[in-house]
Design a protein around this ligand. Structure first.
Ligand SMILES: Nc1ncnc2c1ncn2[C@@H]1O[C@H](COP(=O)(O)OP(=O)(O)OP(=O)(O)O)[C@@H](O)[C@H]1O
Length: 235
């Protein structure tokens, strides 16, 4: 379980409070108005942003004082998930540590992770030789190989076309979001939440609240979310 215990996060003059708990297993969508604090929330969980108050716990372990690399957390952003000068295999292998020359056993594990995301035999390529969707798959392979149970996706697939994005979401639901893991997915598209996230956290008006049943929340949204969902351009 991920616990955000009376957490208070601040960026400049912006302040976000969160006091909620999320059971492991499956995907939780994070939705809310632009500038509402979704990325701030993920930064607080990942450890990029130290809280003003409160604790972050995973499986009962207090993560609050830990640097990002020491947390059981993987993060995927919209861009910049792969180092362009490294091969795909080296990028994926970073999940096992900072070494670029991996022992044979680890090379096998990298190849196994690539196979799971449909990239068998592409380990020697550079990221630029892969399509956008394939780059997303390679980043997911690194998440899988890292074995870190909390996976944060911050608009990770927003740049992909609708069909490719759905493919990536299904890959997340099928491969990443196992019973021991928790995937938190920021998205501007309520359809993403409906597709793979049974639960949703709402981030609006300075608070992260929930989790709510996704279908219930979208069927009867509170005013701040309703106004956002009605907006013609939610990006
Ligand atoms: N580095 C920063 N310094 C000062 N203020 C910041 C910083 N980063 C974010 N903010 C402010 O914090 C607030 C929340 O931003 P955040 O990026 O968390 O929102 P968001 O919900 O992820 O937005 P979007 O959906 O547009 O990506 C905004 O008002 C933003 O201007």
């Amino acid at each position: 379980m991920l616990e955000l215990d009376r957490l208070a996060l601040a960026q400049g003059g912006f302040r976000l409070e969160a006091d909620l708990a999320l059971e492991a297993g499956g995907t939780v969508a994070v939705i809310g108005p632009s500038g509402g604090g979704k990325s701030t929330l993920l930064a607080g969980i990942a450890g990029f942003l130290a809280p003003q108050a409160g604790r972050v716990r995973w499986a009962g372990r207090d993560l609050t004082g830990l640097v990002p690399g020491a947390r059981p957390v993987s993060v995927l952003f919209q861009d910049g998930n792969l180092f362009p000068h490294l091969t795909v295999a080296q990028n994926v292998g970073l999940a096992l540590g900072p070494r670029l020359r991996l022992p044979a056993e680890d090379r096998d594990r990298v190849e196994g992770a690539l196979a799971r995301v449909g990239l068998s035999g592409r380990g020697g390529d550079r990221p630029a030789q892969l399509s956008g969707g394939q780059q997303g798959r390679a980043a997911l392979a690194r998440v899988l190989l890292s074995g870190r149970p909390v996976v944060l996706l911050d608009e990770a697939f927003a740049a992909l076309g609708p069909a490719l994005k759905d493919e990536m979401l299904d890959l997340v639901a099928g491969l990443v979001a196992g019973p021991e893991r928790l995937v938190l997915m920021v998205s501007h598209d309520p359809g993403d939440a409906t597709r793979i996230a049974a639960r949703t956290v709402l981030v609006a008006e300075g608070r992260a609240t929930g989790p709510f049943d996704t279908a219930d929340l979208l069927a009867d949204p509170p005013p701040a979310l309703a106004a956002y969902l009605r907006a013609p351009d939610r990006s």
